[in-house]
Design a protein around this ligand. Structure first.
Ligand SMILES: Cc1ncc(COP(=O)(O)O)c(C=O)c1O
Length: 352
C-alpha cells in the first residue's frame, strides 16, 4: 500500500503464476510446460540472431511468423495477431473486445487470469457453473451477455468441447464476441480456426508455450476476421509496438515450421498422459478425461491440499487451487514417463 498508488492499484487482485523454483532433483509438474526441449531448429534460429542485428528493433508486425502461421492455417496474415505470450494477446483482447454494457461470461472453473483482466480493465463478468461432470454446456450461455470466453480444452479440467458445440455457440451469439483460448488444443482438442471464416464474432487464441515448448520465449497469437484483429493492433500500438523481440520471432517461426518435431513430441506427451491416467486410476484417483498436457484428478480419501503438500516434501510439485469446487483436485502436468514415475511413486506412499 502506498499513497502514491493509482486508486485502481489498491483494488487489483493480481494473478498468481505457478512457481518456478530452481532446485536440484525437482520434478516440476505445476505449470504445464512441455517436458521436451524446443525444436533444434528454433535453437539454431536463436543462435543466428545473436550478433550486430540486435542493435536494431525487431519487426513490429512479426511478418515472417504471421506468414508461416497463415500458410499453415489457410488464413491471410492480416487475420493474425501475434503477442508476447498468449497472456498478452488475451490481455489486449479483454481491453479491446470484451468490455461492453452487459457482462462477459466464462465458466466458474477456468483459467484464473480471466477475472484478473476483468479487474484490471473494469469489465463486468458472470461465472457460469460447469456441469456436474465438470464440462461446459453451451446451453448455459443462453443468457444476457455481450461477450463469452472459453478455454478449450478447458483449464484446469482438461475437458474439451467438440467443434460443433463451438460452432453452435458462435452461431447462437452473432452479436457477441466469442473467444476460444486454445492453449492446449494440440494435445487432443479440435481447433476452431477453420470456423473463423464463417463467424465474424469468433477469435481463436493459441500459444507457443505448450506444444512448441517455448514458454520461455513468450509467444502467442490470435486468429480472427479483420475487424477483431484491427482492434487488437490498435491496442498493441497504443501500448508497445515491439512486443516480440528478434529472438522470439526467429525461434517461434522456426519452431512452427518444424512439423516433425511438433508431431513427435506431442505424440509422446499424449502417450505419457494415457499411461499416467491409467496409473492414477489404479491408485484410486478419479481422473477427468483430458485433451490437454495435464490431468485433473482427485482421490476420494485424501484432500488435495494434503496430497500437494505430501508431494512437495518429496520434491514433486503439482498445482493445487484452493477454490471451493476444485480444492480436492490436483492439476498434474504430463512430464516424461520417468517424471511421471517419480510422481506415482510419491503418490503411492501417500495414498497406498
Ligand atoms: C488456458 C490458458 N490460456 C493461456 C495461457 C497463457 O499462456 P502463455 O502466456 O504462456 O502463452 C495459459 C497458461 O498456462 C493457460 O493455461
Amino acid at each position: 500500500m502506498s499513497r502514491f498508488w493509482n486508486p485502481l492499484v489498491h483494488i487489483l487482485k493480481p494473478y498468481v503464476a505457478g512457481e518456478q523454483p530452481v532446485l536440484a532433483d525437482l520434478v516440476k509438474l505445476n505449470t504445464n510446460e512441455n517436458p521436451y526441449g524446443p525444436s533444434p531448429r528454433a535453437l539454431a534460429a536463436i543462435a543466428d540472431q545473436l550478433g550486430d542485428g540486435l542493435r536494431l528493433y525487431p519487426d513490429p508486425h512479426c511478418g515472417a511468423l504471421r506468414a508461416a502461421i497463415g500458410a499453415r492455417h489457410g488464413v491471410d496474415a492480416d487475420q493474425i495477431f501475434v503477442g508476447n505470450g498468449s497472456d498478452e494477446v488475451l490481455g489486449h483482447t479483454f481491453l479491446a473486445l470484451l468490455k461492453h454494457d452487459r457482462p462477459l461470461l466464462f465458466p466458474d472453473v477456468t483459467y484464473s487470469f480471466y477475472p484478473v483482466y476483468c479487474g484490471l480493465y473494469g469489465i463486468e463478468y458472470r461465472e457460469v457453473p460447469l456441469d456436474a461432470a465438470m464440462g461446459i454446456d453451451i446451453a448455459d450461455y443462453r443468457q444476457p451477455c455481450d461477450a463469452i470466453i472459453l478455454a478449450n480444452p478447458n483449464a484446469p479440467t482438461g475437458r474439451a468441447l467438440p467443434l460443433d458445440a463451438v460452432a453452435a455457440l458462435a452461431g447462437e451469439h452473432p452479436d457477441q464476441v466469442v473467444v476460444i483460448d486454445e492453449a492446449y488444443v494440440d494435445f487432443g482438442g479440435d481447433s476452431a480456426i477453420p470456423l473463423v471464416a464463417r463467424f465474424p464474432n469468433l477469435l481463436v487464441v493459441q500459444t507457443f508455450s505448450k506444444s512448441r515448448s517455448l514458454a520461455g520465449m513468450r509467444v502467442g497469437f490470435a486468429i480472427g476476421q479483420r475487424p477483431l484483429i484491427d482492434a487488437l493492433e490498435r491496442v498493441k500500438d497504443s501500448f508497445n509496438s515491439y512486443p516480440l523481440d528478434r529472438l522470439a520471432q526467429a525461434a517461434a517461426t522456426a519452431a512452427f515450421l518444424d512439423w516433425d518435431w511438433f508431431d513427435d513430441t506431442r505424440r509422446r506427451v499424449v502417450a505419457s498422459r494415457e499411461r499416467l491416467n491409467a496409473a492414477l486410476d489404479a491408485l484410486g484417483f478419479e481422473v477427468l478425461p483430458s485433451a490437454a498436457n495435464f490431468v485433473f484428478a482427485r482421490h476420494p480419501a485424501h484432500s488435495g491440499a494434503d496430497l500437494a503438500a505430501g508431494l512437495r516434501r518429496q520434491s514433486v510439485i503439482v498445482r493445487h487451487f484452493p477454490k471451493e469446487r476444485i480444492k480436492d483436485y490436483l492439476r498434474i502436468t504430463v512430464g516424461t514417463d520417468a517424471q511421471c514415475d517419480r510422481l506415482l511413486a510419491a503418490l503411492r506412499g501417500l495414498v497406498g
